[in-house]
Design a protein around this ligand. Structure first.
Ligand code: 1CP
Length: 341
């Protein structure tokens, strides 16, 4: 039986030699899989995240189907907020919706800190998964302060993040209090997952690309760095979308691995994060192209990844729900075969 600590995903994250380039996909579980749609029938998204039996099954589904090198814990970035009592729901076809948006110091003060007692079902689900996964690593995750703040301040998904950025520009005291509060919640939530056996963590700052370099450095980075610094025993991955202009700064936030979205050529991403391991970055729409086109582009990503101290193959953002799972299976097999040392 191979040892978990020698799993290719963890070796790559530590910058060690690997038998093949490890591969997993952001949002590999979920709506692209018929077996997911089946077990979710009649169960709301948030309810499914609080049921360890369902979380275990849904997390394992893509591992069984694709043979990917890591599992990602099935949950959502707003789940810890729900667990501490923030009135929110995940609405099908929309995403997270917050009943009473957070805009003032009093609103922030009303949000409790997260303790392990708030999320016993997470501990139970992670333990169950780690037992089932054996030598396949489980990635825990949390939302980074900026991205979670956007849902809290806007009250739901947003393209412009206008109210969020207005708060950042115009009310620095409220912004600091809110970002500290979320940083504490995300750090505690990751610590629960690591304590229960997660082998790595990913901090999702999906919407960080919405801010300028200067604003990122001053008003976002310190809080993400604080979350990352709370995790010292397992490799950390730091990811956002549209982050080309801030990729070097993201690399300075403390994670061993930096996720690169598909807009930045991976060779350039490797240069920008200077000495860090990279994760990414095939355009998620390439699965809709003919297989040979998708695989040729995957070869380019693999070639560029060789310049980094380590490379974890992934898409440049999450799996699109209408993706054909057979394409992801072909992609996984191809990455393994084409990168075999
Ligand atoms: O009913 C449903 O099935 C809802 C769809 C869904 C799913 C399957 C949502 C609502 N969240 C999830 C699961 C999820 N969310 C996972 C686990 C799946 C996996 O990776 O295998 C993860 C890692 C997330 C994290 C997440 N949620 C992020 C960061 C990752 C990213 O994609 O950038 C973000 C931004 C969210 C918010 C969210 N939750 C759900 C939706 C539709 C959204 C995005 C809404 C928006 O556009 O703002």
């Amino acid at each position: 039986m191979p040892a978990l600590t020698d799993a290719p995903f963890l070796r790559a994250a530590r910058g060690e030699e690997v038998p093949h380039t490890p591969v997993w996909f952001m949002r590999q579980a979920g709506r692209s899989l018929p077996e997911y749609l089946k077990v979710r029938e009649g169960v709301s998204m948030l309810d499914s995240c609080m049921r360890p039996d369902l979380v275990t099954e849904i997390t394992l589904q893509p591992v069984r189907r694709y043979g990917v090198d890591a599992a990602i814990f099935f949950s959502d970035i707003v789940l810890p907020l729900k667990a501490i009592g923030v009135d929110l729901d995940i609405v099908a076809g929309i995403g997270p919706v917050v009943d009473k948006p957070v805009r003032t110091l009093a609103d922030v003060a009303a949000i409790p800190d997260l303790t392990p007692e708030h999320v016993p079902f997470i501990t139970e689900a992670v333990r169950s998964l780690v037992g089932e996964l054996g030598a396949t690593p489980l990635i825990g995750f949390a939302g980074a302060p900026f991205t979670v703040a956007s849902y809290l301040v806007e009250g739901g998904p947003s393209k412009e993040h206008a109210r969020t950025k207005a708060l950042m520009f115009g009310a620095p005291d409220v912004w600091d209090a809110l970002m500290r509060k979320i940083a504490g919640i995300s750090a505690a939530y990751l610590q629960v997952q690591v304590a229960a056996g997660a082998s790595a963590v990913q901090l999702f700052d999906s919407w960080a690309g919405a801010v300028t370099r200067a604003d990122y450095e001053r008003s976002v980075l310190p809080y993400s760095a604080s979350v990352l610094s709370a995790i010292t025993s397992v490799p950390r991955i730091h990811f956002g979308v549209g982050t080309g202009e801030i990729l070097d700064l993201m690399g300075q936030a403390g994670a061993e691995v930096v996720g690169v979205d598909w807009r930045v050529p991976l060779a350039e991403g490797v240069r920008r994060v200077q000495g860090r391991v990279v994760q990414g970055n095939l355009d998620p729409t390439l699965v809709f192209a003919p297989t040979e086109v998708m695989l040729a582009r995957a070869d380019e990503v693999l070639a560029a990844g060789r310049a980094a101290p380590g490379h974890i193959f992934n898409l440049g953002h999450g799996v699109i729900p209408s993706t054909d799972p057979d394409q992801l299976k072909r992609l996984t097999d191809h990455v393994h075969e084409a990168s075999a040392r």
